[in-house]
Design a protein around this ligand. Structure first.
Ligand code: FDA
Length: 581
């Protein structure tokens, strides 16, 4: 038996289901297989950053995600404590909820970060992908693949019947997670190591509203004896549903024997971290997992592409796992669609690695650094060499003392808290991804030097390679984001009234190349007007100039002024981006 499709996707996690959703939205036939009978069975990733929300907005599912998510305003009062009911060491307003930072987040995007556990997100992605055309096969396992000049033969096994069959696809996406067989079979080069620390997840139900409702957050970090062994830097009580479903992440020494986490052991860990010895707890699951620090330096070979944890493996710190996986697929989907439709040359696909491999390296390093930086808390509190629990408690207590040692400890805690902004308010890491590749045509300009720390702060720019800046535009009746005006189904050219000659240029160049290009003129009396005069402030081009935005909302090219022959300039730029020049 031989089944055929344009794109075969292995995996229905955020990367795989994201790719299926985007490809189906673009009208590309695709088939998604996944090993298990359903989607993720535990909450796993949850922080959903603005860039991922923008992808969902573009795909028309933002409202569905919001309906199942914990909203931004309940995400932020992140607490550091000795237990939830015990001593509080400090709080940090996270994910852009500090009033000062909230402005940065609101100005940068039409979307705010939300918290949606992976077992709620995946069904939304899979349902919408399947409704839009994806053939979804559960309980179907990837076994091997062989590629030739025209396509890929993928051997799969139906896990219910044991039957093996071959799927012939023009392209294969390996979105099969951190133990990716596709990436291994492809021999993608990797840097780093797997299983550098051990973590255990315990999911449980308990009503903690009285202890957290007044300081609502998705994360409560617990500094206790043993909480810096293995794991993700400290013990973690994570909200799954406010305020009665939770997930604990606790570490273990991965070099020793794997711990047995039966119901009694799990209940003891929960009660200990919550700090209530008699807490009524329902344990709903436990699992062990390894922390990784590994990224691939090449993300594809020939007709096979890997996305998500298959090519970047790291701890959950900074909440980058699911977000980056979705963004990989956003980068890849329009390129595959353009090549499959004959609108782009196959060299466009090379830019998937060029653009996303640096992101993979960046986020793996950032997440691991954030996890390690927890040691600062243990250091400044003097806990690293405390002999026992009593000594640890005494040293934590010392921060209250009216003594030079107490004052020094309080000052050091201020610095330790500051450092955690790089994990919890790293807005520049979330939104500042910049691409240099053959699918970005330089206008000779360089990126402006950052005025503030580029990891903490996102700075909009229209230098080719940047994400299209968001501002609100519209008319007297509606307000739309500039991002809404550049949907993934086409290239979009932004200009002003003095640049109206670009409209005909875009029509002609698009028709010649067989690629949809729509020009948007922003100005009074036109389809959209610069409501707040913000567009004039961020566009970095003259009113007569133009910005060419790719389907993934990165700027592919710009012209600061109106050239003598705008059609020729645009035609050349588009041809270069599409690998046709
Ligand atoms: P993902 O692992 O989600 O999906 C892989 C898919 O491939 C699955 O659908 C699987 O069925 C399928 N598959 C695998 N092998 C296959 C085969 N041979 N044939 C067919 N299908 C196959 N992140 C975070 O930010 N916070 C957190 O708390 C956690 N916690 C956490 C716990 C556990 C137990 C895990 C495993 C992971 C996390 N993560 C996490 C990481 C986060 O879940 C991860 O970054 C994203 O799920 C990555 O998405 P992907 O789609 O790349 O892989």
């Amino acid at each position: 038996m031989m089944v055929t499709t344009d794109v075969l996707i292995v995996g229905s996690g955020p990367a795989g289901a994201g790719a299926a959703l985007l490809l189906s939205t673009l009208g590309i036939p695709n088939l998604m297989i996944t090993k298990y009978r359903w989607t993720a069975n535990t909450p796993r990733a949850h922080i959903t950053n603005q860039r991922a929300m923008e992808v969902f907005r573009d795909a028309g599912i933002e409202d569905q995600v919001q309906a199942d998510a914990t909203p931004h305003e309940l995400m932020g009062d992140t607490v550091f404590c000795t237990s939830i009911a015990g001593e509080e060491i400090g709080r940090i307003l996270t994910w852009g909820t500090h009033p000062v930072r909230e402005g940065d987040y609101r100005v940068a995007s039409p979307c705010l970060p939300v918290d949606i556990p992976q077992n709620y997100l995946e069904p939304i992605l899979v349902r919408n992908a399947t409704e839009r055309g994806t053939q979804t096969r559960f309980s179907t396992e990837y076994l091997s693949h062989r590629q030739d000049g025209e396509g890929v033969d993928v051997l799969v096994r139906d896990r219910l019947t044991g039957e093996e069959y071959t799927i012939r696809a023009k392209y294969l996406i390996g979105a099969d997670g951190a133990r990716s067989m596709v990436a291994a079979d492809l021999g993608l080069p990797v840097e780093g190591a797997m299983d550098i620390a051990g973590s255990m997840n315990i999911t449980f139900k308990a009503d903690l509203a009285a202890h957290v409702g007044h300081r609502p957050s998705v994360l409560y970090w617990v500094i206790q004896p043993g909480s810096n062994v293995g794991g993700i830097g400290a013990g973690l009580v994570r909200m799954v549903r406010p305020w009665n479903e939770w997930l604990i992440v606790w570490g273990y020494d991965i070099n020793g024997p794997a711990p047995v986490v039966d119901e009694a052991a799990a209940t003891a860990i929960v009660r200990n971290l919550v700090g209530l010895p008699d807490l009524e707890v329902e344990i709903t699951g436990t699992s062990l997992w390894g922390n990784n620090e590994m990224y691939a330096t090449r993300l594809h070979a020939g007709r096979v592409f890997c996305a998500g944890d298959a090519v970047h493996r790291h701890p959950p710190s900074n909440g980058l796992g699911s977000n980056t996986s979705i963004q990989d697929s956003y980068n890849l989907a329009w390129k595959l669609a353009a090549v499959l439709r004959g609108q782009a040359g196959p060299s466009l696909l090379e830019t998937y690695t060029t653009e996303r491999a640096p992101v993979a390296e960046q986020i793996v390093k950032r997440a691991n650094r954030s996890s390690r930086e927890f040691v600062q808390f243990f250091e400044v509190l003097g806990l690293l060499d405390a002999e026992d629990e009593a000594e640890m408690a005494a040293r934590i207590e010392e921060r209250k003392a009216n003594t030079p040692a107490g004052a020094a400890k309080r000052a050091a805690l201020v610095s330790a808290m500051e450092l955690k902004h790089y994990e919890f308010n790293a807005h520049g890491v979330d939104l500042g991804q910049f691409y240099s590749s053959a699918a970005v045509v330089s206008d000779g300009s360089t990126r402006p030097a950052p005025r503030r720390d580029p990891e903490l702060y996102y700075e909009p720019s229209t230098v080719p390679g940047s994400r299209l800046p968001h501002v609100w535009v519209g008319d007297a009746k509606r307000r739309v984001s500039t991002l809404d005006l550049a949907p993934m189904t086409r290239f979009t050219l932004f200009t002003g009234i003095a640049g109206e000659a670009w409209v005909a240029a875009a029509e002609k160049a698009g028709a010649e190349l067989g690629v949809p290009v729509t020009a948007i003129v922003i100005g009074p009396g036109r389809a959209v007007t610069d409501l707040y005069y913000d567009w004039a402030r961020v566009r970095e081009i003259e009113e007569e100039g133009a910005l060419l935005v790719r389907p993934d909302k990165h700027i592919g090219w710009r012209s600061v002024r109106l050239p003598g022959d705008p059609h020729r300039a645009l035609h050349d730029a588009l041809s270069a981006i599409l690998g046709r020049s």
